[in-house]
Design a protein around this ligand. Sequence first.
Ligand code: SF4
Length: 395
Amino acid sequence: MTALPLVFDAPRRGMPPRHLADLTREEARAAVTELGQPAFRADQLARHFYRGVTDPALMTDLPAAARQDLTEALLPGLLTVVRHQTADNGRTRKTLWRLHDGALVESVLMRYPDRATVCISSQAGCGMACPFCATGQSGLTRNLSAAEIIGQAVAAAAAMANGELDGGPGRLSNVVFMGMGEPLANYARVRKTLDALLTPAPHGLGLSQRAVTVSTVGLVPAIRRLTDEGRNVTLAVSLHAPDDELRDTLVPINTRWKVGEVIDAADAYARKTGRRYSVEYALIRDVNDQPFRADLLGTLLAGRLAHVNLIPLNPTPGSPWDASPLPAQREFVARLRAAGVATTVRDTRGQDIDGACGQLAAADRVEGVPAVALPTPQLEPPVPLGDEADQADGA
Ligand code: SF4
């Protein structure tokens, strides 16, 4: 296994108290035993947690005398709702969460006719410093714990089950790691989160592998590690430029791992999983939306098991970065398709709730805690996958 370089060693300060979701099943059973309870109580606690039950009074299968101790020890409240904002006729809901140390993160739940997707954050802030991204400008506050990441998905699943979005009760079907942070820079906890998302109840949410998407700006050793570890989730590579000259400035980590290396690693992932990967490309006016760059991208990706997902930049007030105009978007799409590259343009949900990212968290700046924000290119779930992806999943 490739040793991860220092770039992945994000700050550990401020990590939250231990939570059941941070533990393996064996560790959880041992922890319950240490509290003087039979090991099977860990399964009961897990069932409550993954159903979104947080009130000990509702855990009627646990002895009343033990509920408080068990929940305090293993189900501490890690995410506090600061506020919800809804959009798209109640079918999109963005939640601002406060963590135990005051850091702020966001998740966005989106309901579609055929699915419900939550976009979750894996870090408070981000250390990747992409200049067009509000989150990148604030820097990294800290990694989220596995339980803090999992908790966002559990809350979304509960919101769907409880009918909190317009359309009545439903089921969370998809999770995308496209909120705040670079997921593969918090590898171990994201890996643990994947286990929780994919594991059937009571120790997880039981989602399908093809319904979970991990995005990355291109941390090549971590992509290779994910490949080796054999989880067939969907990989999304945030490329944003087809050439190193531009990408070195738009995605600074490119100075470490070049476009060719990133695409090689994504290709290896596709070969191993049989699953098409997604290339995310934020279309930025007069920066990366020129016809010649569409041609470069088309040449780069032609013949690969990849799909381009174009994202018209969602501009942040005061930022010099702006979305490509529609004619430029159309030209870009046409050139990619002419090169034989499957291409979609992402529908940007939630624009009327500051879906342009960061503004929600920035508005809630608290003393001593940096304002943090969702990255600009975000939200819509990944590309519609082809048959080959479904087959690879064994679905
Ligand atoms: S675009 Fe993504 S990787 Fe880049 S700074 Fe923003 S959150 Fe981080």
